[in-house]
Design a protein around this ligand. Structure first.
Ligand code: MN
Length: 224
């Protein structure tokens, strides 16, 4: 299988006794065409755009995140393949480890390649896809410009819009949490994570734990 060693770089960069991230196993999902976008407050805020292909997630780091506006071209730096299980990872990577910071599952769903199979389209440097996510929908293209540098661009269709989706839909598609809330729940750096949330977002100030159940308190004064 051609992807047998495609997780080598992923493996080399991480210490699995120090990070909560999934191990480097090659496996396919039932659908075989999952996609995920993870908002990641590491040394810089960025969005990791990942598409399932050949038992791994082909991955790009998109500093400004995907834009549904067809006239906006977003830089997407190709990074190492990630294991499929990464699509379910939301939490904290220990500070000091590779990618240390807070990770949110910002969007996910399935995709359909529009111009042949993913591997050969990527080799040609142009991959057209239809996304079926909660936030990202319709037709998109990834075009290689040079080296690891690609552009992620929305095609004109009924899902195109000039809404700033990073501001209008900033929270986890799985848990509805902000980056600060994920950091707070998972023992991360809350202040650093909060710098990746839009300003003025309602913020849960603390979490009460009672009989193993969590109750969010929104904007509460400290009264206990
Ligand atoms: Mn990342």
């Amino acid at each position: 299988m051609s992807n047998m060693n495609s997780l080598e770089e992923y493996k080399k960069k991480r210490r699995f006794d120090r990070t909560a991230e999934p191990g480097p196993e090659v496996e396919s999902s039932e659908s075989g065409n999952r996609f995920v976008v993870q908002k990641h407050r590491a040394s810089q805020l960025h969005y990791d755009f990942r598409l399932e292909s050949g038992g791994v997630l082909k991955s790009w780091a998109v500093p400004k995140g995907p834009s549904p506006n067809p006239s906006v071209k977003r830089l997407a730096m190709a990074v190492e393949d990630h294991p499929l299980a990464y699509a379910d990872f939301e939490g904290v990577i220990t500070e000091g480890e590779y990618g240390g910071g807070t990770v949110m599952v910002w969007d996910r769903g399935t995709f359909k390649p529009e111009n042949g199979d993913v591997e050969s389209a990527l080799k040609k440097g142009e991959l057209k896809i239809t996304l079926r996510g909660k936030k990202l929908k319709g037709s998109w293209v990834l075009v290689r410009t040079r080296g690891r540098q690609w552009l992620l661009i929305k095609h004109r269709d009924r899902y195109a819009s000039d809404v700033d989706i990073a501001l209008s839909a900033p929270t986890s598609v799985v848990t509805k949490r902000t980056l600060a809330e994920i950091a707070e729940d998972e023992g991360g750096d809350v202040r650093k994570a909060a710098s990746g949330d839009p300003p003025g977002i309602p913020r849960r100030t603390r979490v009460l734990r009672r009989k193993g159940r969590r109750r969010a308190v929104w904007g509460a004064e400290s009264s206990e």
